[in-house]
Write a protein that binds this ligand. Structure first.
Ligand SMILES: Nc1ncnc2c1ncn2[C@@H]1O[C@H](COP(=O)(O)OP(=O)(O)OP(=O)(O)O)[C@@H](O)[C@H]1O
Ligand SMILES: [Mg+2]
Length: 541
């Protein structure tokens, strides 16, 4: 049993009532009622007196109660004083109660010795001297009271110690629980894929955020470092167009909106801006707590989806108009041809008719581009090997490019042939080369690579053409607009804005894909993936 549980056991015993402890009792045993009366008279003032007229009565009383001292008559019928004393000493609970023998005779040493051997502490001879008896009994009563007081104090001390011990245990337990809760909460907060902040708002400085938890690495790139190093300048990195939305979200009067939720773009040092979602709760007039989540990936996907939906809607519209327009142009062309055949025209009239036919031809070319963008162009796919493609493209562009624009062809997939409409593919490459030329007014190399992408998993991965230039590249903010029809940055009359849109439409209609990117070392890189076949086995890849 350990110390604590033994203490507990003792403490669980109810402490004795104070009156029981201090009220000493004296047991007087005598078969003579008169003696009992007289002795009671003498000792009454000392303690409560309990009387017994026989040894048996005395033992019974001892079973019930505790006594400071026993006055025991030696000569009694049935069980005499010695025998009674013998029983008293045998029982653990009573063995230490002092016994004073009362005897009228037997002052001889032999009897006295027997009495002491049976546990007597004293002898008083009858007739009893009241003063002597009183003083002798008083010694034992005092001793008894003293002993009881000490016992009581010990017991009280143990109870006190136990209570202190329990209180300390409870305090430690609460502290342990508190610590565990704190650690658990910190672990949860730090593993959240968001950054948690506290902030104060003022109109002058905007929101001053201070990171208090979360996982900073949830913000990509330098945003995490910024939050750590210079939180005051966080606001400066928010793109200018998005700042008013952020400001108005936090400037709401207290009570009008205790929650703020705003998505903004945050400029990074060396890449496109991050899209961050900031959500906060107002805790008092100027203080907020909140979280920042990097939603760049979702936002880019959303933008792509919107762009795709927009192009799709545009494609349907353009396709319908272009189709009808094509029929109208065919009628105009038919009319011009009829007129040219039937009438004798003079030279100037013939020139007018030629201009009209040229305009209609341009109209037809425009309609073709629109149909290509709308993926409604009638296509006749067939095998075209890279070398044939190179020759037909170079035959067309040679006159449009002077020596300041060398075209550098690299073909690493001679054993494959594109499976696409050859004249449309040629036209697309023509458009890309012209774009590259226009991007480099001072001249520069246009490089064209035809190869097989490393994982030919789908037929769209069959063959790849990459057209790259050394121009300034396409600015990030217009990158997803350049494939929209009629989007051009060229001056009026110089570009229709249909080149890239028809190229993208053609790639998709052919079962491939067009990707435009800005290589890190500058320039523009347009990549077209198209289905292809192996030249020797003539099988789709
Ligand atoms: N190689 C390039 N380098 C830089 N910007 C380019 C490049 N290619 C295209 N662009 C940009 O994309 C815009 C759209 O190109 P697209 O080919 O669709 O139309 P365009 O060249 O302006 O007109 P069109 O091709 O119909 O004559 C261009 O106006 C230009 O701003
Ligand atoms: Mg173009």
């Amino acid at each position: 049993m350990n110390v604590r549980s033994s203490l507990k056991l003792r403490a669980e015993r109810p402490p004795p009532a104070p009156d029981k402890v201090h009220k000493a009792k004296i047991l007087i045993v005598d078969d003579d009622e008169r003696n009992l009366l007289a002795l009671t008279e003498v000792l009454d003032s000392l303690a409560e007196v309990v009387t017994a007229t026989s040894g048996r009565d005395a033992l019974r009383a001892l079973l019930r109660e505790d006594f400071a001292v026993i006055l025991l008559d030696v000569f009694m019928p049935e069980m005499d004083g010695y025998e009674t004393a013998g029983f008293i000493r045998e029982r653990d609970q009573t063995a230490r109660i002092p016994i004073i023998f009362l005897s009228a005779v037997n002052k001889e040493t032999e009897h006295l010795m027997r009495g002491y051997a049976m546990g007597a502490v004293d002898y008083v001879f009858k007739p009893v001297d009241a003063l002597v008896l009183h003083s002798k009994a008083a010694v034992f009563v005092d001793l008894y009271k003293l002993r009881r007081e000490i016992e009581e104090r010990n017991r009280a001390e143990i109870v006190l110690q136990e209570a202190k011990f329990r209180a300390e245990e409870q305090r430690l337990e609460i502290e342990r629980e508190l610590q565990a809760t704190r650690l658990r909460q910190a672990a949860i907060l730090n593993s959240l894929p968001v950054v948690l902040f506290e902030a104060t708002y003022s109109e002058k400085d905007g929101l001053r955020r201070r990171v208090v938890g979360g996982d900073r690495s949830a913000l990509s790139g330098d945003a995490a470092a910024w939050l750590r190093d210079d939180e005051a300048r966080w606001e400066d990195q928010i793109l200018a167009e998005d700042r008013p939305a952020v400001a108005s979200e936090y400037a709401k009067p207290c009570g009008k909106g205790d929650r703020a939720s705003v998505r903004y773009r945050w400029a990074t040092a060396d890449g496109p801006p991050l899209y961050l979602l900031e959500q906060a709760v107002r805790v008092d007039d100027r203080a907020w707590v909140g979280s920042i989540t990097d939603v760049t990936a979702q936002s880019l996907l959303e933008n792509q989806l919107l762009q795709a939906q927009k192009l799709d809607a545009l494609g349907q519209l353009t396709g319908g108009v272009a189709h009808d327009f094509n029929n109208l142009l065919a009628a105009v062309l038919g009319g011009i041809q009829l007129l040219a055949r039937r009438t004798n025209l003079d030279q100037s009239q013939q020139a007018i008719l030629d201009q009209m036919r040229e305009a209609v031809d341009q109209g037809i070319a425009l309609v073709k581009s629109l149909l290509a963008f709308a993926r409604k162009q009638p296509l006749s796919p067939t095998s075209i090997d890279p070398e044939t493609l190179r020759k037909s493209v170079m035959g067309l562009v040679d006159h449009a490019l002077d020596t300041t624009f060398p075209v550098d062809w690299t073909v690493t997939a001679e054993d494959h042939a594109f499976f696409a409409d050859p004249s449309q593919l040629t036209l697309v490459l023509l458009n890309l080369i012209i774009n590259a030329r226009d991007a480099m007014p001072g001249g520069g190399t246009i490089s064209i690579v035809i190869d097989r992408p490393s994982e030919p998993s789908t037929s769209a991965d069959g063959l790849r053409i990459v057209v790259a230039d050394e121009g300034p590249g396409i600015p990030a903010e217009i990158l997803d607009k350049v494939t929209e029809p009629f989007f051009t940055t060229k001056p009026p009359g110089k570009g229709t804005g249909l080149g890239l849109s028809m190229a993208a439409g053609f790639a998709e209609q052919s079962g491939g894909k067009l990707l435009i990117s800005a290589p890190p070392n500058g320039g523009t890189r347009v990549e077209i993936k198209l289905p292809a076949r192996r030249v020797d086995c003539d099988e789709d890849l």
